[in-house]
Design a protein around this ligand. Structure first.
Ligand SMILES: [Zn+2]
Length: 264
């Protein structure tokens, strides 16, 4: 029997919509990911409706230690202001950090200036840097190819390592940068060969085969993936890659202890 590591790491999907049409129609929710990592709570990419999604699930915003934005696009940042307000109880409890790329903060900041003083601070994400929040650390290994400055993250908790590949056009660096037991990957398009800076299902398959995580979770679905039924796409990718591939569902909680008895 393999010895079990203690784990209190979970990821709640407050939305699975990606890009314009699934987000603007709210066919799928778009609230981002709520990470509870060994007691440290972090909100990642609070898109439109995050405020609705997290309150519906009885999560507590004032427990958040940080809000992390992979990039400034609306589907990743629209609710950052209201979530800073929620995290800080309307500014009465100065608290928490915001992490974001420079271009989300400079010429046309995604955060209102009056809210900045509610925070303990703002940290700028840069390629190859590492950051810490409580007992958690994360790195932003490589700048993505996307129309605005964008980073994914590799998170390390006391018990686990997992990666999040945010929006990007495919490039080989994605296959070298995002190790860990679990890979969360934004897959907007069903087919390759489109002019958008987003990953497609065949590209996600290639990345999963290269990185060989214990499990992979597809999310951030555009209309083409949604129409193809993401759970069926995930089942097919599981068979083709030999890696357990899941499709995220709105409101799904993934407990990382599920990875502990899985052979990689
Ligand atoms: Zn984007």
């Amino acid at each position: 029997m393999e010895e079990k590591k203690p784990s209190n790491d979970s990821i709640i999907f407050l939305g699975t919509a990606g890009a314009r049409f699934t987000v603007t129609s709210q066919i799928l929710a778009s609230g981002g990911l709520w990470l509870n990592l060994s007691g440290t709570e972090i909100l990642l990419d609070p898109g439109p409706g995050c405020i609705v999604q997290f309150t519906k699930r009885k999560l507590k915003a004032d427990k958040l230690s940080a809000i992390v934005l992979s990039h400034r696009h609306l589907d990743h940042s629209a609710d950052v202001n209201i979530m800073v307000e929620a995290m800080t109880r309307g500014g009465f409890k100065r608290h928490g950090w915001l992490f974001a790329p420079a271009d989300a903060l400079e010429d046309e900041p995604v955060i209102f200036s009056y809210l900045k003083s509610y925070l303990d601070g703002i940290e700028v994400l840069q390629e190859g840097k590492s950051y810490s929040v409580g007992n958690i650390s994360f790195t932003t290994p490589v700048q993505h190819i996307h129309s605005v400055e964008t980073y994914g993250m590799v998170f390390t908790t006391p018990g686990h390592t997992f990666s999040y590949i945010a929006d990007s056009r495919y490039f080989d660096g994605l296959c070298h940068s995002y190790g860990g037991e679990l890979l969360i990957i934004n897959v907007v398009r069903l087919e390759t060969g489109h002019p958008f800076d987003h990953l497609s299902v065949p590209e996600a398959k290639h990345i999963i085969m290269e990185l060989k995580p214990k499990a992979a979770i597809l999310t951030h679905f555009g209309m083409t993936v949604w129409r193809a039924k993401p759970w069926e796409v995930a089942e097919r990718l599981s068979q083709e890659t030999g890696v357990r591939v899941l499709a995220a569902r709105d409101g799904m909680t993934f407990d990382l202890s599920q990875l502990e008895n899985t052979q990689s």
